[in-house]
Design a protein around this ligand. Structure first.
Ligand code: 13P
Length: 246
């Protein structure tokens, strides 16, 4: 049985006082009965690490450089994330693919850089509404995942995958549990063919997960938790979602 994982993706939100309050509420609300992590802006990693140290809550970043070190202004390396105690790094979020022109190959290189330093990549895949309407959902997510599988090779079983349909992100329009499950099953079959260990890999769903729909999504056989945007910024909402994973 896979243990569920609920990850908050704060995106470009937060402030020192607001973060301290949110993290204190999470620490106080434990135990959740599932694994819980928050992926915060780089500048807040130090304080997040300090506040969560000694708890079973994990933290991570929302991106990582594909490069190891050197003259790459503005980039943050996997070694630096490791030094900040990061367990996870989100890679290939649709907002980075769309606004920063990240290719499947770059996303794969970032996942490899993270894993090389013991930071688990949370690899995001997902189709746009246009692609879904054109019947291309399966082809799109398989192409996105296959680039990462190819690059990680025998280490591919170490990643976490997140299915985030672009049309469900920040829109309030969630995929139904059945729609999400159908794509998760496709991804698990692809992971199984590549690694032989898909039964122990976690595939998260993301896109307008809220306190009132989390339980139904998490009840699906191939949905192993969630990647939560907006609702991860409100303590009561995020705590309720974490409890749904327990
Ligand atoms: P929302 O939960 O705000 O729709 O965001 C989902 C997401 O992009 C998480 O990475």
């Amino acid at each position: 049985m896979r243990r569920k994982l609920v990850v908050g993706n704060w995106k470009m939100n937060g402030s020192r006082p607001a973060n301290a309050e949110l993290l204190a509420a999470l620490v106080a609300a434990r135990p959740f009965g599932c694994d819980v992590a928050v992926c915060v802006p780089f500048v807040f990693l130090g304080e997040t690490a300090a506040q969560l140290a000694g708890s079973d809550l994990r933290w991570g970043a929302q991106d990582v450089s594909a490069q190891a070190e050197g003259a790459y202004t503005g980039e943050v390396s996997a070694a630096m994330l490791h030094e900040c105690g990061c367990r996870y790094a989100i890679v290939g979020h649709s907002e980075r693919r769309a606004y920063h022109a990240e290719s499947d190959e770059l996303v794969a290189a970032k996942a490899q850089a993270a894993l090389g330093r013991g930071v688990t990549p949370i690899v995001c895949v997902g189709e746009t509404l246009e692609q879904r309407d054109a019947g291309q959902t399966e082809a799109v997510v398989k192409r996105q995942l296959s680039a990462v599988i190819h690059t990680l090779a025998h280490c591919a079983a170490e990643m976490v995958v997140a299915y985030e349909p672009v049309w469900a992100i920040g829109t309030g329009r969630t995929a139904t549990p059945e729609q999400a499950q159908a794509v998760h099953a496709v991804l698990r079959a692809q992971l199984q063919a590549a690694t032989g260990h898909a039964d122990r890999m976690r595939i998260l769903y993301g896109g307008s997960v809220k306190a009132d729909n989390a339980r139904a999504l998490f009840a699906m056989p191939d949905i192993d938790g969630g990647l939560i945007g907006g609702a991860s910024l409100k303590a009561a909402d995020f705590i309720a979602i974490c409890r749904a994973g327990g």
